[in-house]
Design a protein around this ligand. Structure first.
Ligand SMILES: Cc1cc2nc3c(=O)[nH]c(=O)nc-3n(C[C@H](O)[C@H](O)[C@H](O)COP(=O)(O)OP(=O)(O)OC[C@H]3O[C@@H](n4cnc5c(N)ncnc54)[C@H](O)[C@@H]3O)c2cc1C
Length: 428
């Protein structure tokens, strides 16, 4: 068995598939938590037992991180599950190839991303990361090794992809690559700004239906709660109203000129500094700085390379650093996309108005042309996520506490999904 590190937590770092097999067999019946890489924080429970957290054993694939073979003619790459997608992409670049879908930070591993499906602003062209997996090797919950792929054991293949580690530990994958030079493909953004939610949604669905040659696309909407400030004279507060703002960005290929390159350098440096300042601003006092940094994502530079654009969020800050939030992510068939977006928006803003449970409500959206989802519903989809910042408990007059209220909201989301044929995508 691979070596456990000092406890807590008890962590296993296998070096190959045989090591994973031994670890799973030796730890049974204890539940295993599978992790991809360094930043993996979502580790899924390998079994469904509700064991207390302190009994959990973590199995991290981060030492199984090799890119094993590139077949440039077939545009395929074989990797160990712990390989970071940013490293795989770099290796492919030497062959004039790249991964069609990468996540928004550099530590994401191939196995970790395949296990959650995996989306990006390129999903309107290439679907989910898991759509681009051709075959995989895995170890099942009993510790048995197996292989599956699009054309063999296809049911098992589907169960493991998107299984979040519960249906099997992925140990190696064969991935499809595309012909692209990410370091020299220049993109120009073509932002459209909106003050009105209806027009924003209308524009988003039109862009998702007809993206043209956009390599990346994303729409973002921000809606703050009414701003309240103390009266300059006397007592009480003045209400300043709600800030509502949306932006749709499509990034199209463009030709690089020396002045574009210089602007790109400046933009990259500014984003790095903003990220550093925001990360250093810890605690409640740093919240406005962190929110400002996150807001800066809406103002992506006008020109940048495809590689920079794919990791734009990583240079700024992760959402988790901005305090507690209620998140929902759904795939909406394009025929009901507009209805789903409006109904979710109304749900969250109504709850905010009635109970004051949320502060800032933001949404993000883009298209998803996933063969897997298409097979299920015969349509392309739009991906919609809402992030509602939760007001600290006790500071609003809602129902008896946040968890109950959030459960009620969750039930309403389920209703919307059922009636509009949308699918939840759990990102927690
Ligand atoms: C359900 C879900 C959906 C997400 N969707 C996106 C997205 O679309 N785009 C994006 O940028 N980020 C997304 N995230 C954030 C996510 O943390 C990362 O994108 C990515 O999955 C993290 O990769 P990691 O290698 O660090 O995996 P981890 O955070 O360690 O693990 C992610 C999940 O995959 C499981 N897992 C990890 N490695 C393996 C393996 N080898 N075999 C089987 N299971 C494994 C884990 O148990 C866990 O459930 C999502 C997170 C979750 C939980």
């Amino acid at each position: 068995m691979s070596t456990p590190l000092a406890d807590p937590p008890e962590e296993y770092l296998p070096r190959d598939t045989a090591d994973v097999v031994r670890t799973v067999r030796d730890s049974r019946p204890q539940p295993l938590t599978v992790r991809g890489g360094e930043r993996g924080e979502h580790g899924g429970d390998y079994e469904d037992d509700l064991a207390p957290p302190d009994r959990r054993v973590v199995l991290s694939l981060r030492r199984m991180n090799r890119v094993q073979a590139v077949d440039a003619d077939a545009r395929l790459v074989r990797v160990q599950a712990g390989a970071r997608l940013s490293d795989v992409d770099r290796t492919l670049a030497a062959h004039g190839l790249g991964l069609p879908i990468v996540g928004d930070h550099r530590e994401i591993t191939a196995g970790g991303f395949a296990a959650v499906g995996g989306l990006s602003a390129a999903s309107h062209r290439y679907g989910m990361f898991s759509d681009n997996v051709v075959a995989l090797e895995y170890v099942d919950p009993e510790g048995r090794f197996g292989t599956c792929g699009r054309t063999h054991h296809a049911d098992r293949f589907r169960r493991i992809l998107g299984g979040a580690g519960r249906t099997g530990i992925i140990t190696a994958l064969t991935l499809e690559a595309v012909e692209v030079d990410k370091d020299h493909t220049w993109l120009a953004s073509d932002p459209h700004r909106f003050l009105d939610f209806d027009t924003f949604v209308e524009h988003s669905v039109a862009e998702i239906r007809n993206p043209g040659d956009a390599m990346l696309q994303v729409g973002r909407w921000v809606d703050t709660s009414p701003l309240r400030v103390s009266r300059p004279v006397g007592t009480g507060h003045v209400q300043l109203g709600t800030v509502r703002f949306g932006q749709w960005s499509s990034l199209h290929p463009t030709t690089a000129t020396p002045s574009l390159r210089a602007r790109r350098e400046l933009g990259a440096r500014a984003r790095k500094s903003l990220g550093a300042i925001a990360s250093a601003a810890r605690g409640p006092a740093g919240m406005p700085v962190r929110n400002a940094a996150a807001g800066a994502l809406m103002f992506a530079p006008k020109v940048l390379t495809l590689r920079d654009a794919e990791f734009l969020a990583d240079t700024v800050i992760t959402s988790a650093e901005r305090g507690p939030a209620h998140r929902v992510a759904v795939f909406a068939p394009l025929s009901t996309y507009t209805a789903v977006f409006h109904r979710l928006h109304d749900l969250f803003t109504d709850y905010r108005e009635r109970s004051g449970c949320f502060t800032v409500i933001s949404a993000m959206t883009y298209g998803v042309r996933s063969p897997y989802l298409h097979e299920l519903s015969g349509e392309d989809h739009g991906f919609i996520t809402f992030t509602c910042r939760v007001r600290p408990t006790g500071t609003y007059t809602g129902k008896s506490g946040t968890p109950e209220l959030l459960r009620e909201i969750d039930a309403a989301i389920e209703d919307i999904c059922r009636s509009e044929r949308a699918r939840r995508y759990d990102t927690e």
